[in-house]
Design a protein around this ligand. Structure first.
Ligand SMILES: [Zn+2]
Length: 484
């Protein structure tokens, strides 16, 4: 049964919505909402990045060209094309956007005259019968693709900008300014003598001009209730974004599981880990739009000190020896349990407040910080302990599905975990009897086990955990009010 269950959980992890993407390096540019991946990202970063190529303006996509299909991605100033048949660095090539844009404007550069003369040294290019002079020549020579030459060689500059096509002349740019302008195969240089160095020569946004303006990214409204969260407590995170297909997010290091509420609103529950320092905890939201763009929104959550006590626990040598002897079994048990918490079943099975799973005396409250044998405070009491006689009934605090039912774990003894849906789980340890089976759906108040003293304990009690993803949250708060 246990092996079957493990296989099922592994399968669910593989097929589930939370599966990891392939480990291809990827960067999301929040300014435009597009991602750049793999070889194109590597190329973009290695050859001048933002000032040279600008931001991505579309997805990586297949384009038909006279030479066949190729993968290309459009940027503000360039189009990057993948040619996997070529050896690096020629496996990525730049589109001839200057030439394309001139043709789109029906300008025949060959028929154009000599234009203005720029002061300074000149370099003549026979192939197009044009020269580049002064500050434009300085800029052309100073930048290039990295082909492995020392410094910036002429072939490297040529690979980046291409040959001059027009002579410099006054043109009105997209901002409405009349500036001295020279077109190259892959670039357009503009001369702004009134600006400070190094902004006197600016590159035209040819890719953006070819594509036209994109619709603005929609606004994201983000609200956490409560907005200031006490260490170890729960918050409801509400996101409103028009037209989103999927909303993802993270609170600190923990992923958030968002579910569509009333359109266009999405809701997730977030837990603030007990050991989070008071102050700001990063809250980040990503919303995927139908056109392939992603909107990013970040706003920190304020974390308030809970004033948890710290207890120093001195483990006698005999106990430390016992723990050391069972190190591997303890780690295997932790792995078994920790594989369950991050799983997210989309359907919310509970509604309203939780009820107390057992009657008894609260002997150890949630959140107490712990230091062992004078070591650092790196753990805390993860749940609520309810002490009562062995055999006292333990009931489901809310509707849920049994995802773990183990009669006798080394540390936790008789153990049950319920999956309530949307990333919320509850755990019950040290049971003398486990009365449910994995896969079973249990109703609020249904008997699931009996209090015991199994596992590593000093007396009979129920240890009750409430988790949102991997994060332990204070159980009392789930009795006092209805989430989400
Ligand atoms: Zn406990």
């Amino acid at each position: 049964m246990r092996i079957l269950f493990l296989l099922l959980t592994m399968l669910a992890a593989l097929l589930g919505p939370q599966k990891l993407r392939a480990a291809q390096p990827e960067r999301l540019f929040p300014e435009t909402g597009w991602r750049v991946r793999g070889r194109l990202l590597e190329y973009w970063s290695a050859n001048g990045a933002l000032p040279v190529f600008g931001l991505p303006l579309g997805p990586e996509r297949l384009e038909r060209t006279p030479e066949g299909q190729l993968t290309a991605q459009q940027f503000e100033r360039e189009r990057l094309e993948l040619h996997p048949g070529q050896a690096g660095p020629y496996d990525v090539q730049l589109g001839r956007l200057g030439d394309e844009l001139l043709r789109k404007q029906r300008r025949d550069w060959r028929a154009e005259g000599r234009g203005e003369q720029m002061a300074g040294p000149c370099r003549r290019f026979e192939v197009t019968d044009r020269q580049v002079c002064g500050p434009f020549l300085g800029y052309w020579q100073a930048a290039g693709l990295e082909l492995g030459d020392a410094g910036v060689s002429e072939r490297e500059s040529l690979a980046l900008f291409g040959l001059p096509l027009t002579a410099p002349r006054y043109e009105t740019n997209s901002s409405g300014d009349r500036v001295l302008t020279q077109w190259f195969e892959r670039a357009r240089f503009e001369w702004h003598p009134d600006k400070p160095a190094p902004f006197q020569v600016l590159l035209g946004r040819l890719g953006a001009e070819l594509l036209g303006e994109q619709p603005a990214l929609p606004d994201v409204a983000l609200r956490a209730v409560p907005a200031a969260v006490v260490q170890g407590h729960t918050t409801r995170i509400v996101v409103t974004v028009a037209g989103a297909k999927v909303v993802r997010g993270s609170l600190g290091a923990a992923p958030l599981a968002f579910f569509a509420d009333q359109d266009p609103t999405w809701v997730a529950l977030g837990g603030v880990p007990v050991l989070t320092p008071a102050g700001n905890l990063p809250l980040r939201i990503e919303a995927d739009l139908p056109d392939g763009r992603t909107v990013v929104h970040e706003a920190p959550l304020r974390v308030v000190d809970a004033g948890y006590r710290t207890e120093n626990i001195n483990l006698p040598q005999s106990v430390r020896d016992m723990l050391e002897r069972n190190k591997e079994a303890i780690a295997a048990e932790r792995k078994l349990v920790n594989a369950i918490w991050p799983q997210v079943s989309p359907e919310r099975l509970w509604s309203g407040r939780f009820i107390l799973p057992a009657q008894g005396r609260f002997t150890s409250t949630f959140g107490t910080n712990r230091s062992y044998n004078g070591g650092p405070v790196d753990s805390f009491h993860e749940g609520l302990d309810i002490a009562n006689a062995t055999g006292t009934p333990v009931v489901a605090p809310a509707r849920g599905r049994v995802v773990l039912a183990e009669p006798d774990l080394l540390v936790r003894g008789g153990a049950v975990i319920l999956d309530h849906g949307q990333g919320v789980h509850t755990g019950f340890w040290h049971l003398s009897a486990v009365l449910v089976k994995p896969g079973e759906l249990v109703e609020q108040g249904q008997l699931i086990g009996r209090i015991g003293a199994k596992g590593m304990v000093t007396g009979p009690h129920l240890h009750w955990d409430v988790r949102i993803g991997m994060v332990n949250v204070q159980p009392q708060e789930w009795l006092d009010r209805a989430w989400p």
